[in-house]
Design a protein around this ligand. Structure first.
Ligand code: MG
Length: 124
């Protein structure tokens, strides 16, 4: 079971929507960051079980934040959450080490599937 999730997104509304869709029944701790650099810092201070990563953000974008985290912690479980789900974006984030990509705003089903994938990934 996932114990903590970090949501990295420059949009407070996007973070709120994501939070609202997450299960609240088993004491899940949610951390938030509003750009890639803050995301990297929060990742290494909290070591969340799962990180949702937006791509387009100020200061440091999600591609760089994903790459920075995965280089320092290859076991990091990061799922990209983006409105821009083009094939070249998908292949780039996969190359950088993203476990999966979901479209924003996420459906309940997509989020449930994402959480299951992250739980599976944690076991290995
Ligand atoms: Mg954004």
């Amino acid at each position: 079971m996932l114990k903590s999730i970090l949501i990295v997104d420059d949009s407070p509304v996007a973070r709120m929507i994501m939070k609202k869709c997450l299960p609240t029944d088993h004491g899940l701790t949610i951390y938030e960051a509003s750009n890639g650099q803050e995301g990297v810092e929060r990742y290494f201070s909290h070591k969340p079980d799962l990180t949702f990563m937006d791509l387009t953000m100020p200061v440091m974008d999600g591609f760089q934040a994903l790459s920075t985290i995965k280089q320092r912690d290859p076991d990091a479980v990061i799922i990209v959450a983006t409105a821009d789900i083009q094939e070249k974006v998908l292949s780039r984030v996969t190359t950088l080490g993203a476990l999966h990509t979901i479209k924003k705003p996420p459906s309940k089903e997509a989020l449930k599937d994402a959480l299951e994938r992250a739980t599976q990934a944690l076991k290995h």
